[in-house]
Design a binder for this molecule. Structure first.
Ligand code: 1PW
Length: 211
């Protein structure tokens, strides 16, 4: 069933991404995003420009992970330490390291906040809730602040094409509505924790505004 999206696998990936001492494994973090990409692709062409960018970011991180410095890219913590110590990050404007692991992961990290807000809205929504509204509210509250006007417009158009709440629950492939809601309730704190650990790490190292 690996080709069918399942919400369970997304949540399991993010769950596995946290080590005992609260470091975040990049391998599982991107596995979670890979699942989300297959979900976006199942929503139709209008999402392909969104998923293309995410696929591109996942690929950059995978290349680091499988490259000769791969051992430094096992966790987000080790990546940040390695790239900063070796001056591999463009800190104020794009220069010789336009695609550092730190700036690439920051983009996914910001998008993870959007995901968290959206899933929380979905979890607490009522039957007449509109997924497009939940999506765009979550987006405006998070990721939109980091996107230029043109992208915000395009993302807005994509959200309008989202299927309704019932279809959404079905596509998530996690049982009936009550089961999906329970799964979300169980897993959202984990996503929130992964987000917060990354946020604190980036804040501590002054990396939250990487160009
Ligand atoms: C219902 C499922 C929808 C999931 C959407 C979650 C991901 C949202 C990502 C939006 C990407 C929009 C197009 C690309 C924008 C890039 O410019 C931007 N990338 C991200 C991930 O925000 C910033 O990357 P950049 O241009 O600085 O390399």
């Amino acid at each position: 069933m690996a080709d069918t999206f399942s919400l369970q696998r997304v949540l399991e990936a993010f769950r596995s991404s946290m080590s005992e001492n609260k470091e975040v494994y990049i391998k599982y973090y991107i596995a979670g995003w890979q699942e989300l990409v297959s979900f976006m692709n199942s929503l139709g062409n209008v999402f392909s420009f969104i998923s293309k960018d995410v696929v591109n970011k996942i690929q950059i991180l995978e290349n680091f992970l499988s490259g000769e410095s791969g051992s430094y890219y096992v966790t987000i913590q080790s990546m940040v330490k390695y790239e900063l110590e070796n001056e591999l990050v463009d800190l104020t404007k794009r220069g010789s390291h336009p695609e550092s692991g730190c700036r690439t992961l920051l983009r996914l990290h910001r998008a993870l906040r959007w995901l968290e807000l959206f899933l929380e809205r979905l979890r607490t929504s009522t039957e007449d809730g509109k997924t497009s509204v939940m999506c765009s509210d979550a987006y405006n509250e998070s990721l939109a602040q980091h996107h230029p006007w043109l992208i915000r417009k395009a993302v807005g158009v994509a959200f309008c094409a989202l299927p309704g709440r019932d279809t959404f629950f079905d596509v998530m492939n996690a049982g009936d509505h009550t089961q999906v809601v329970a799964l979300l309730g169980e897993s959202l704190p984990l996503i929130a924790e992964v987000y917060q650990i990354t946020e604190d790490l980036y804040a501590k190292n002054h990396l939250l505004e990487l160009p």
